[in-house]
Ligand binder design. Sequence first.
Ligand SMILES: [Zn+2]
Ligand SMILES: [Zn+2]
Length: 603
Amino acid sequence: MQVTFWGTRGSIAKAGPTTVRYGGNTSCVSARTADGTLLVLDAGTGLHELGQQLARDGARVDGHLLIGHTHWDHIQGLPFFAPLFQPGNVWHVYGPRGLDTSISHALAGQMQYTYFPVQLHDFDATVHYHDLLEGQFEIGDILITTRYLHHPALTLGYRIEADGVTVVYSSDHEPTMEAEPGPDAVETLNREEAQHVAFLRDADLVIHDAQYLAEEYPAKAGWGHSPMEYAVDVACAADARRLALYHHDPSRTDAEVDVLVERARERAHDVGYKGEVFAAVEGLTIALEPLDAAESRVPFGSAMSTPALDDLPRTVLVAVQNRDADAALHEAARAEGFEALECVDFDQIMRVARTEQPPIVVLEAQPGRSLDDLADDARQIIEAYPEGATVVYVTTTTPPLHDIRPEITDWLVWPASQSHLRTKLRAWLLRRACRWQSAALPADEPERLAALWGLGILDTEPEERFERYTELACSTFDVPMSLLTLVDQDRQWFKSHPGVPISETHRDESFCAHAILGDAVFMITDTFQDDRFAENPNVARGGRVRFYAGVPLTLEDGHRVGTLCIMDDRPRVLDDDEIERLRQLGRMVEAELESTAEEMADA
Ligand SMILES: [Zn+2]
Ligand SMILES: [Zn+2]
């Protein structure tokens, strides 16, 4: 894959003697795959020169334009992109959908007659617009994963996998915590940061926002851009092969970018980052070759699906005493078409949560209340819903860094701008509508269910002959939770469940339903970093499952009826010996199940 930078500057184009070497055009990068497919990331002013070069010989040129968000510095080149004015060309334009607006609508805005003489529908090429959510989609053989970045507009980052290499485009993003995510810090990252690192994981090239230096950042916090140090740290934590520092500040001279790069390399040395660090240069092309043939594609929900927005009432419960924050939240809710339900005390919050089921609950983190108190409140609220809720705390101080409370979906640092609040509301609702990924049904599902039901074990009392194996699993692996799970038609039911206070959940949120799809021990070393599970309610809302390993339980007739699994509240990896030990425990449970089956047959 060939990657070329056409615009490297952030915020506003800056032509002149101070930006000659690194370039003065705003965000635009092209990526061409081995079969000639052309992807363009963002449509800043750099897009103009790309268009000139593509249209030079007049031949047909098709492509795919992926827009991260519609701030000016990412779309201003669009009306000047020559291939769009060439009849016969076919272009696909992708971007984040809003709650009520489409990407084409947002792009048409900057081309209204007041601002520009040519309208969006005046393009001579055939242009198809695609609205995206968080998830995955394919363009031919190219797999693209999208993820909401942290920016005061709904912004998507793009992870592009093709030709055995991976490029991640993560522009216009700022940290959600004062993180120093070095190589060993994965356990201390909050959920957002852990998922950001996972999004960058093992990329051959990460193109990352690095507009500021650490000492400049405090004055610019909330503007949606990263300090260079953070970009180095996340590239390091993700073990990326190359890091291109991108979205250069318009006021930074070439000499100052040189200094930034020098300091970035020092930072890389200090945190033990082995990858290559450089600043994106306008006109620079990088050819990416695969390191090895191994592919690690994780299945994820579709980015192009229609979100289940209709199933979610567009309501937000607001219980915030800070008058300014409360008023601003109401204004943002109104602007986004949300009904805001005002609550004054906790009893009222619980009542409204039970009756109205607002998918988003915004509370205030009052000073003097401990993180445990806040998490307890959040858990009580979540338990009032069949499928949990998104619970957010408004705080005027820095959110807690190292204490991860899965009950708390997000922290809203006040003061915040209207655009930030509106973006947050949209992302919370769209994310809830996309959900996590439930397991596929096994090929032998009807026969498998018949075999399970034939055991006559569902909804029976706990039995010592099974309890001893889950207890043994807890002590052997030093974990707080173990389950003997039976995967039923619509639920998973636990014959034994030390450390887990419930006896069944819906099948959609079952890890074990994934585990029974194969023969091997199914292991999730860190649920925060796995797109199939990061939003699972057992991880994200009230649960505390950070690690999972399950051995499928296979009856003699070959049907996998459930698992023996262990879970932990911290990331872990089982070595080969431990996997073997878990498998042996599984064999013993299978023997007990077989004896049950024989008793049933005799009776
Ligand atoms: Zn920007
Ligand atoms: Zn922006």
